[in-house]
Design a protein. Sequence first.
Length: 265
Amino acid sequence: MTDARIARTVDGQGSASPAPAVTRAAAVLEALADAPSGRLTLSDLARELGIPKSSTSNLLLALEEARLISRQGSGFSLGRKLVELGAAYLSRLDEVQEFYRFCEQAPTLSGETVRIAMLDGGNVIYLARYEGHPAVRLTSNIGDKMPVSLCAVGKALIARLHDQDIALMFPDDRQLPVLTPQSLRTGAELKAQLGSIRQQGFAFEDEESATGVVCLGVAVPTRGAHLPSLGLSVTALKATYSEAQGEAMVEELKELARSLGNPMG
């Protein structure tokens, strides 16, 4: 948590931001998104941003008028306008619409929980989730972030990066977030899996983010340097998972990935 707070300190001293007010506004939204309760007070936010309460108060007033945040008693939370903006962003991603269409018609994936995610530094952000029957209910909802080391889709996306970039992001002794006894714990453990992921074309997560749950992930071929790096994953209960089921899932995931990466082909 300390690192996040340091990153959000925007007191303007030596800042290279061409628009400090916008930088501060973004920091407010990030702080509210990260808050466990979803709500922070004026004092909390001033401390997070490292700026005076008077400046924070003016910033919060402007964000409230824009409906980007809402006031509830002495606390502030994210506003409904952000839902509208997020929906507008997703509606313009052709990949998301094709994702839903494919999952509905796929023989295997139509009965599973499938997600599409975007790489964001050392995390993935989930953009959409298709829920088959029965669906595996997880904590990762649309808009949620997950460290790449904890999910199959994250490992599949990281495997596409150059080794030197991976080495900078994940030094051997880097401690990784842990959710279960099966979670990878160091950068060295994560990097040890990347060779096989590249060779087989998919990543496997074995109860690393949730006990009793396995996941398979693939990366979507990139069509341009400035397009988002997307990946796909399918989740299943370990108790009922079989190798044959996994092979069918991977085959359809790869077919969907090819479709998203080359819609004309």
